[in-house]
Structures are given as C-alpha cells and as structure tokens.
Write a protein of this length. Structure first.
Length: 484
C-alpha cells in the first residue's frame, strides 16, 4: 500500500470536483501476482493452441488514474502516474521510468528551477513518438489545466525536458489525446511529424496540430464530430435527444498521414477520418449491427482505434447489448468494415475501458477491465449502483498476430490474481471509479504488449470491505506470438 487518499472525486477534466489531502510519490516498483497462464480464443470461445502466454504484473510505485504509457526504441518504459499529490489535494502527475522491463522504477518528472513543471493536472497523458529518426524518440507528457495544457518533451530519455505552458491552440478543453504521424501537405519545422492534440469541449470533438514538435499549436479546421446531431432520437447527454457531447477516444495516424479519431456517438460506434491533416473530416459508422454504450443510463463508451504499418484500421468498442468488446477491421481507410468479432475471453458478463495498439501488419494488442459476476445480464441498463455491490473486476491484456483474418485468435492473460480484484462495485459504462475514463496498451519494440492499469481495490477492499487506496500497475503478456 502506497499512501492513502481521503475525499470525494466527482470527475476529472472540466468536471473535476476534488477534496483530498496530498500524497507523496514513491519510486521502486515490484512484481505483483497475476492470473498466470492465459488462454486462446476466437470470437469469444476458447480454442486449443500449442503455446499459451503468461501475464506478468508490476507496481509502478506510485498512484495512477487514467494511466498512459509509452516505450522508446531501447525498451525503456514511461508511465504517467497521476494522483492527488498536489497542494490542496488536487491531482498532479509524476512520470515514472523503468529501464528493466518494469522490475524497478525511478521518477523522471519534468522540473523547472527545482520544481515540478506540471504542478496540477486535470488529465494526465504521456506519448512516446518513436518514429522520428531511426533509434531516436521524443517523449511527450501533457497535462490538462482549465485554460489549456502544459506540455513537456524530452529527447534524451527523460533526463532533461523542455516545457511549453500553452500547448493546446484553444483554451477551455477536456479529455485530451496526443498523437503524431507524417505530414500530408504542411511543411514541418525541426521535427519530421505532425503532432495532433484533440479534445472534447462538449459542443464538439476538435483538434489542433503542431508542425514544430510541440512548440506551437494551431486549429486544424472543422471539428471531427459535432456535439449535437439534429434529428437523432437517442437520449444523449443530460437526456437531450441527439446531444452526444464531444467525448472521444485516442487518435491514430496511418503511414500515409490519414488521421483517425474514434468515438461513441449516441449509440453508434463511429470514426472520423481526415486526409488533409484535420482540415476536413468524413465520419463513418463502423457497425450498425453492434451498437455501442451510450448516454444517459448506459454511460459513454470510449472506443479505440489503431492503424498498422500497411494502413489497415482496427476499431474496438463495447456493445450496448452484452457489454463485451468487439473488433472490426477496415482494409480501405474505413470505407467498409469486417463483421465484428468478440475480443474477450469466455465467462465475462460485462467489460469496460477497451484500448488497443497495432504494430507490423495484422498484429494488435488490447486491454480492458472485465467482471464474471456483474448483474448486467439480469437487470441490463436498469441496473443501479447498489446492484453492483459485490461485483469484482479484473484487468486483461491480449494479443493477436492474425487480426486481419475473418476470425482472429486472441491470446489473453489476466493482469491481476482474480482473488485480488482491481475494482469492486460498479465500473462504468464509461467512467470506472478511481480508474476514471481509460487505460492504455502499447506494443514494445520487442513485440510484447505492455498495459497501464489502476488497482483501485487495495487493503480491505480486496476482502470485501471499503478502501480509498489506489496504485498504478504495469502488465505485460509474455510467451505469446510476437507482434513485431
């Protein structure tokens, strides 16, 4: 157990209301028990294979909420560990770094004149752009404030940082995502890639971009998604039909510079596609058969998109019908999509917080939280929080080396020992207690998937009692097919 949080957390980002006391970050992570050997599945059914992977899990030695991570070409891991550590109990971020595959961690937080450069964060986020020049990489950490975002970046593995305190291009934004890719038409300055910053301002899902590696940002053009869809009768945000807000998932860029931004839009799994660096967008519906979790009772889903080295697009979302994750693939930039397949293991009756990454061709990794004892099959969208009193949630990490096939094989491991759950009670749809809105997964240069998770059920909670303790975890899946 690493510290204790007291108080009430109503939300993060623009909706944050926090009353808590500070915490002191501690470095020095260690191995944690996992679910051990995994299983192989196709479309949610167990299959026999010659070799099964094993999940390995480590504490990062710090708190975490909405954790993200990245790996550089040398295999060093960088983890955005946010906790209520700042003065007056507000959230702040520490960048944790591991040079030995998660066995130990040190603090590599940006500092200016001896003080943390990001003193307050309403949304933490880290992104490692490893595709800039051979073995080089640039590490970005960006923290949301009410007015804009603080961005720091490092070109030497976190030893030194440059900080930009106005890195958004537009004030008043929330739920940011940072990602990069090759330019289509714009000349870049002193940095090869276009850096995109997309955000939710309730009225839309919009983006800005940087052509100089994060020094300056400017609006890209029209919003990727409007906040309101006229004529849509789906009960949306605050019960207003068609008012779906601007909450979106993390973006991705294809090798040809095409930009993709996913979101659940009033019950529809949708993807915004831009071929001109965000100046204009085309919106496509991934599936009309499998709808996504939606406002107001169902919560807002957080779908995930990934693009491989050949430009194939992968889309992962949670079904509103059975609350399981589904995968669909497009081989033509989103024009058409494969029949969705279940991407989770059998025995789960509710899942949440799907996230995905791609590497090579047809090779993906994914993570999610799941429960085997959820009340959802009995009460559906009418379930109340009290119905989840005894529900326990585990984290899962999976890989597939044949994701382009019509029925891909998923190799899945349980990140935690199921006897020691990571969440107890209700977990979404959408926001999940101290985990908040999302988790993360990245495929390392070694072809191994690495995931970022939150253990929000420490101490007495694991045995059925109450607890307000939480810590960041990193899990990886070893022994499965290589994703290089």
């Amino acid at each position: 157990m690493r510290g204790r949080r007291r108080g009430l957390v109503v939300g993060t980002g623009l909706t944050a209301l926090v009353m808590a006391i500070g915490l002191v970050a501690q470095a020095g992570g260690s191995a944690r028990p996992s679910g051990g050997r995994g299983i192989a599945t196709r479309d949610g059914k167990k299959v026999s294979v010659s070799k099964l992977p094993t999940a390995q899990t480590f504490s990062v030695g710090n708190h975490a909420l909405e954790p993200t991570l990245g790996l550089d070409p040398a295999g060093n891991i960088y983890y955005a560990a946010a906790g209520f550590d700042a003065p007056a109990g507000l959230p702040a971020t520490q960048i944790m770094r591991s040079k030995d595959q998660g066995k130990s961690w040190d603090v590599a937080t940006p500092r200016t004149l001896g003080q943390d450069s990001m003193p307050i964060s309403l949304d933490p986020y880290i992104y490692v752009d490893e595709n800039i020049d051979g073995d080089n990489s640039r590490i970005f950490t960006i923290d949301l404030t009410l007015a804009c975002s603080y961005l720091s970046f490092s070109d030497d593995g976190g030893e030194s940082w440059i900080t930009n305190p106005l890195a958004c291009g537009r004030p008043v934004n929330d739920h940011q995502t940072l990602f990069s890719g090759p330019p289509v038409s714009s000349p870049t300055v002193a940095y090869p890639n276009v850096l995109y910053y997309c955000y939710n301002d309730v009225g839309s899902s919009s983006c800005t971009k940087s052509l100089d590696g994060g020094i300056t940002f400017s609006p890209t053009g029209s919003p990727a998604f409007p906040g309101y869809e006229p004529g849509n009768q789906d009960p949306g945000f605050v019960g207003a039909d068609g008012f779906c807000g601007g909450l979106h998932g993390h973006g991705a860029v294809a090798p040809d510079g095409t930009v993709y931004l996913p979101r659940e839009f009033c019950g529809s799994p949708e993807l915004a596609v831009s071929k001109d660096e965000g100046l204009t967008w085309t919106t496509v519906t991934v599936s009309k058969k499998i709808r996504s979790t939606s406002q107001p009772k169902g919560g807002t889903g957080h779908p995930s998109v990934a693009v491989d080295a050949k430009g194939n697009v992968y889309y992962l979302w949670i079904s509103d019908k059975n609350r399981l994750p589904y995968l669909s693939v497009s081989k033509n930039q989103g024009k058409t999509w494969s029949d969705p397949v279940v991407a989770s293991i059998p025995g789960l009756n509710e899942t949440n917080l799907p996230q995905m990454d791609a590497r090579g061709v047809g090779k993906i990794a994914l993570v999610y939280y799941g429960a085997t004892n959820s009340p959802f099959p009995k009460c559906g969208s009418d379930c109340e929080t009290k119905d989840y009193e005894d529900t326990t949630w585990n984290a899962y990490i999976a890989s597939s080396a044949d994701a382009l096939s019509s029925n891909p094989t998923f190799y899945t491991g349980t990140v935690n020992d199921p006897k020691d759950p990571l969440v107890r009670g209700r977990c979404g749809p959408g926001r999940c207690q101290s985990v908040f809105d999302f988790i993360d997964v990245e495929i390392g240069p070694d072809g191994v998937p690495y995931g970022a998770f939150v253990d929000g059920c420490l101490g007495l909670c694991a045995e059925g009692g109450a607890s307000d303790e939480y810590e960041g975890l990193m899990g990886k899946l070893v022994g499965g097919p290589s994703l290089r």
